[in-house]
Design a protein around this ligand. Structure first.
Ligand SMILES: Cc1cc2nc3c(=O)[nH]c(=O)nc-3n(C[C@H](O)[C@H](O)[C@H](O)COP(=O)(O)OP(=O)(O)OC[C@H]3O[C@@H](n4cnc5c(N)ncnc54)[C@H](O)[C@@H]3O)c2cc1C
Length: 386
């Protein structure tokens, strides 16, 4: 078993780390406060090839393996979790869906501009009454003809859509058939299409710069060539892409947790109480030890999931395990970091307050921790004949 990174992986991680420290981290508190969408940082990610990291070069991407991409995402998340989730959604969801299920014409038209970062993508699954229970979604797609074009009319609303209103392309799951998971198909919608509109950005606890809005479809006509993959397989397309997405969210969580660890360790080595550095108190040093151990364990699992993906092996269970443990580690580490900072941790002057707010969402989106446990337990029971 070889845990070492290749020279290329080490080099890419180190250049992304330098970039994130110099170009992204200095702006993250400002963007958190202003809640502006981080366009300058997103453009920089595009220039670095990080908005199409694992897409083959043929389709405009950087052609990186999933392990290298995961390492890069952790570095970006250490600097800014909002920028990281935009990067994770773009790479893990719309791009994977079009790459794996689209036609060559669709890859040329939609994947290339996403992979080069000319366009931003959004993933539209959740509805007000269908979150964890995505198979119950109600957005309706009805057969229609417009100006001799055969297609579908979409009617309904999606909620909580990352990059809503800012993105150019929306991968939307809508009901083309009867109830249940087989009645759903996947469509790509372009911003500017008649009838497509967006709500105001939600006022969230964290991830302020990564806008989240409703996406409204009022009689939106979509020609047949904007349907991705086979009719009735939209949920399969969405859920299989979420496996890749979950590795991304695990790395986002690890980035947030690692940043909390770094800030807490440096602070503990400086702050003095009772005539000593607080790092010398076992009550503080044990927190640092546990933070570090939890992050390392989850990182190992997340990189294993990415490695399995690169080998073309099944990785759904491992991706869910990684997201479960990494998000738990992020919430744990940011809470402990805040404790180590004492009163200063509660102040917006210091970064751990933002990290604490940003960490929590990793336990909720792209499947809550409870849903990850369902995925994992189903896979385990299947291994024992269930
Ligand atoms: C900031 C943010 C960004 C998001 N971005 C996107 C996006 O880009 N695209 C998108 O489609 N969605 C997005 N979402 C939606 C997100 O994926 C959902 O919020 C999430 O899947 C949970 O769904 P829900 O909020 O409806 O909670 P619910 O499904 O109502 O769950 C409520 C609680 O019940 C629990 N629960 C539900 N079912 C079970 C069960 N069977 N067993 C045990 N417990 C259960 C859940 O774990 C949770 O604790 C985003 C959400 C947020 C907050």
């Amino acid at each position: 078993m070889d845990f070492s990174l290749s020279d290329e992986q080490t080099l890419i991680r180190s250049s992304v780390r330098d970039f994130a420290k110099s170009q992204i981290a200095p702006l993250s508190a400002q963007y958190d406060r202003s809640s502006e969408y981080p366009w300058p940082q997103i453009k920089n990610l595009a220039q670095m090839g990080l908005l199409g990291a694992t897409v083959p070069e043929q389709w405009g991407g950087a052609g990186l393996d999933s392990v290298t991409y995961a390492l890069c995402l952790e570095e970006i998340a250490k600097a800014d979790a909002s920028v990281a989730v935009i990067m994770s959604v773009q790479n893990g969801l719309p791009e994977q869906m079009i790459l794996n299920f689209g036609s060559d014409v669709q890859r040329e038209k939609y994947l290339k501009p996403l992979a080069t970062g000319q366009k931003i993508g959004a993933f539209c699954l959740t509805e007000a009454s269908a979150g964890s229970d995505a198979a119950n979604l109600q957005m309706k797609a009805t057969r229609a003809t417009q100006d001799t074009l055969e297609g579908w009319v979409l009617e309904g609303q999606k909620v909580w859509i990352t990059s809503g209103g800012q993105a150019d392309l929306y991968l939307v799951m809508a009901r083309t058939g009867g109830p249940g998971s087989r009645g759903i198909s996947c469509f790509v919608l372009e911003k500017g299409t008649a009838g497509l509109s967006f709500g105001k950005p939600e006022e969230k606890m964290g991830l302020h710069a990564a806008h989240t809005t409703t996406v409204q479809c009022d009689q939106v006509f979509i020609p047949d060539d904007q349907r991705i993959g086979p009719l009735g397989e939209g949920l399969i397309i969405a859920l299989s892409s979420l496996d890749a997405g979950r590795i991304g969210i695990a790395m986002q969580a690890l980035g947030i947790g690692s940043a909390a660890l770094e800030h807490a360790a440096k602070y503990a080595l400086e702050r003095q109480q009772f005539g000593k550095k607080i790092a010398e108190f076992q009550g503080v040093s044990f927190k640092i030890a546990e933070m570090s151990a939890r992050l390392e364990a989850a990182r190992g699992l997340a990189l294993k999931a990415a490695w399995l993906k690169d080998q073309g092996q099944k990785y759904s269970k491992e991706a869910s395990m990684a997201k479960l443990l990494a998000s738990d580690a992020a919430v744990f580490c940011t809470r402990e970091a805040m404790q180590i900072f004492g009163g200063n941790g509660y102040s917006r002057e210091y970064p751990v307050e933002r990290l604490y707010r940003d960490a929590k969402i990793t336990e909720i989106y792209e499947g809550t921790s409870e849903i990850q446990k369902m995925v994992i337990s189903r896979a385990v029971f299947a291994e024992y004949g269930g």
